[in-house]
Design a protein around this ligand. Sequence first.
Ligand code: 6PG
Length: 239
Amino acid sequence: MPLLSSNPTQQCRWRTFNTTAELEQATTQAILQTALLAISLRGAFHIVLAGGTTPRHVYESLRNADADWAAWHIYFGDERCLPADHVERNSWMAAQAWLNHVAIPRTQIHFIPTEEGARAAASAYTQTLADIELFDLVLLGLGEDGHTASLFPGHELANTTDAPAVIVVENAPKYPPQRISLSAHRLSMAHKVIFIVSGAMKQQAVENWRDGIAIPAAAVSPTNGVDIYLEAALLAHTR
Ligand code: 6PG
């Protein structure tokens, strides 16, 4: 039975795993199953990738999956304003771990071009997303301060219905300070949203989230609610 968050605008289904490996395996399976369903229903699979380090093993295991790669379309929830081949780019990690190893057509892999400058990248990515109404799956991480994608506490979350799809983030508390992010509103335009949360440092953020405190992650509120995959230890001290 899923536990519901006390936040009235975001329906949360908390799914716990005893180990990080189990969490990663379940995430990989959920991605592949969601892809199969989307491709059978709509002929294509539009997935938004999470940045950070948590999804790395998931991406690595996807490179060995038997999937209909020709139908996959890849997007990013946020990107760091760094040169294209910088090892701290979210695109670099996803490419090394997964995308360089599978037959997804390159024209269907949509990196956020932050190497062109923040404003140009935001504008280009707004165009890229213009024809996609709902993503099939949005994957998101959680920062220790409750941020998700590059939506940070005290910064613009852009979660109103008239919010832009893509925003420029300045002075982010996590390196690098300049970033591009999909808005909370755009991230909510999805059939399915899965947060993957791993690591003891996330405990306070999880506690705040479950207590109904308005952390940025709570601003992503798709119609179907969100699934939060996390290690069981992270719920040890919450209600
Ligand atoms: C980024 C992110 C960010 C990330 C969280 C979790 O560019 O840093 O997209 O939102 O997902 O900070 O990061 P970890 O997985 O490294 O803990």
